[in-house]
Structure formats: C-alpha cells, structure tokens
Design a protein around this ligand. Structure first.
Ligand SMILES: NC(=O)c1ccc[n+]([C@@H]2O[C@H](COP(=O)([O-])OP(=O)(O)OC[C@H]3O[C@@H](n4cnc5c(N)ncnc54)[C@H](OP(=O)(O)O)[C@@H]3O)[C@@H](O)[C@H]2O)c1
Length: 300
C-alpha cells in the first residue's frame, strides 16, 4: 500500500527478470507504489534502488496490493512457487495480471485455479522488448472479464498505451500472440536459411543482404494482399499460382541440396507445396494455403 493508503495505486510484481524488472520500472516511473519479489535477491536490490519496496516472500506481494503482476520464465515456475509458498490462500480478492508466456491449456488451467480460490485474472501477453514498455512501441494483448480488465486498465495503459482488449476468452492472447510470432519466426528462419545458401555458394553476406532488401521489400505488401484475399474469400485469382511457386521451390531445394546445406527447412516447404497440389489448389493463389493449414494433418 502506498503512503496514502491507496491500494489502487499499488502494484506488486513477482518475477524480476528482464521483463519483470522493466514492468516494475515503468510502473514506478508512472508514480505507482510498487512492491516486488524475486527468487534471487540481486534483482530485488536493483528494483529497490529504483524506488520499489521488497517483499519478504511472494505471499507478501498479495498483502501489499490488490493487483499482482506475475512475470516468470514459464507457468511451471509459477506453479512451483504457488505450491512451495502455499499461495492458494493469498488469491482471494486479488486481481492477478498474468504476463508469463504460456500455452492455451496452461492459461485456462491457471485461470480456473485462481477463480477456485477467489481471485480474479487478467491474462496478458507482452509482444515487445522490455525497453519498449511504456512507449508507443509497446504491445500488450489482454483478456479477462470486463470488470477485471476495467480494474486493471490503468496498469495496462501505463505498460502499453495502445494495449489491446481481446475480450473475455482467456485463451485469446496466447492464440493471437503465438499466431503472429509463428509468422515472424518462420520469416526469420527463412532469412537465415537463405543467408546460409548464399554463404555456401561463396556469396558474401553483405551482397546477400543488399539483394534480399530489394526483393523482400515487397513482403509486407504481399502479406496485405494475402490477408485481403483470405478476408474476401477470393484465394483463387493470382499472378503466380501454387503450381508456379512449387516449381520455383524445386529449384530452391535443388540449389540448397547441391550446395550441401541442411535441408530440414526446404524439405518442410516442399511438403507444404506438395500437399497444396494434392488437395487441388495448384491453380490457386499462395493465400489458398490457409485452407491447408486450417486442416489438421490428413483432414484435408
Ligand atoms: N524478454 C523479452 O523480450 C520478453 C518479451 C515478451 C515476453 N516475455 C515473457 O516474459 C516472461 C519473462 O521473461 P524474461 O525475459 O523476464 O525472462 P528472464 O529474464 O529469464 O527472467 C525469468 C524470471 O523468472 C524467474 N524464475 C524462473 N524460474 C523460477 C522458479 N522456478 N521459481 C521462481 N522464479 C523463477 C527468474 O528468477 P531468478 O531471477 O531468480 O532467476 C526471473 O525472475 C516470459 O514468459 C517471456 O516469454 C519476455
């Protein structure tokens, strides 16, 4: 509680890794009274140096504030803490802002546990670097009951002025954040794989980068085009059919193979094009792959 006894301006943070410490710092800079707990003491000292108060144990974090941010490596670490410190009895009446990254199943089981013990849950996924918190570049996806999100709105606004309310389906932040990261990760892996192919051919990295920047400059525009085709249910019209893509990819696969690069990624891409052709999408646009990916394996 702050010096005025105002619990509304008090927040506790459990977990002071790169993200948790930045959450604490951002709240302190916004004038919040912040109490903190972390397994290893040196990070607590760093937060105290910024103006936070140290909790003796994680249970104290729930006594200091009615809003408790959890930001740990994973849900296993949080469940370990709950069991080790008997935190179940501390949840009653408290709003937990769960910002630990987890799966849809972990998120749902966790929400059920908190509700069972009288707590309230605002589930969130941070989609930015710690240093971006509190700026317009911060990205925070949240879900929870409307009254719970309303109670946490001030904290969300401080952490990410443009935070997104995804409604009361608690699994949505995990789903949306994982979906976006899936695309990002695949694009990055593709970029590095392309670099490896170039290097194996004796092409310098800077020349690869120069040409890649020119060709890949159209990527965002192409993603918008694919989005509009999927949204408008018009994934047939195209300037480059999946048959054309598949034939071009055969040459990528062949070049990657003859240069002796690892083919794990290109084998997977080849399998995607083969499946698209098998289900009759050869004449369609690349955006038509959405129907391949929406089906479980063997359910096409
Ligand atoms: N860093 C980013 O750029 C980023 C971006 C978006 C989302 N996130 C998410 O934010 C969460 C935290 O990430 P981070 O980057 O802050 O990780 P981190 O720097 O590795 O910190 C992990 C935190 O979890 C604690 N912890 C781990 N195992 C524990 C256990 N068994 N018991 C108690 N505490 C335990 C650590 O305590 P100790 O200090 O004692 O080890 C530390 O406070 C993750 O879910 C991550 O996916 C991070």
């Amino acid at each position: 509680m702050d010096e005025h006894g105002d619990l509304g301006r008090s927040v506790s943070v459990i977990g002071l890794g790169a993200m948790g410490l930045s959450i604490a710092r951002t709240l302190l800079e916004a004038g919040y009274s912040v109490s903190v707990w972390n397994r290893s003491r040196e990070k607590v000292d760093a937060a105290v140096a910024m103006g936070a108060s140290a909790c003796d144990g994680p249970a104290d974090a729930f006594k200091d504030s009615t809003k408790v941010v959890i930001c740990l490596t994973d849900y296993a670490a949080w469940h370990e803490l709950i069991e080790k410190h008997g935190l179940h009895t501390a949840f009653d009446g408290v709003c937990i802002l769960q910002l630990t990254t987890g799966t849809i199943e972990e998120v749902r089981q966790h929400a059920a546990l908190i509700h069972e013990h009288g707590g309230r849950i605002a589930e969130g996924k941070v989609q930015c670097y710690p240093s971006q918190l509190g700026t317009s570049a911060a990205s925070l996806l949240m879900a929870g009951q409307p009254e719970v999100l309303a109670a946490c709105e001030d904290v969300c606004c401080v952490l990410a002025p443009e935070w997104m309310n995804l409604g009361d389906d608690i699994g949505q932040p995990a789903a949306l954040s994982r979906a976006v990261v899936a695309g990002f990760a695949t694009a990055m892996i593709g970029f590095v794989n392309g670099m490896a192919i170039a290097l194996k051919a004796g092409i310098p990295a800077d020349l690869f980068m120069q040409h890649s920047s020119t060709v890949n400059g159209v990527l965002m525009g192409e993603q918008v085009r694919a989005f509009e085709a999927i949204r408008d249910d018009d994934t047939k019209s195209t300037e480059a059919s999946l048959n054309t893509w598949a034939a071009a990819h055969e040459t990528i696969h062949s070049v990657a193979k003859s240069l002796g690069t690892n083919l794990v990624l290109q084998d997977a891409v080849q399998a995607v094009f083969q499946e698209a052709k098998q289900v009759g999408l050869g004449q369609h646009d690349i955006s038509a792959l959405v129907s391949v990916f929406c089906n479980e394996q063997g359910d096409s």
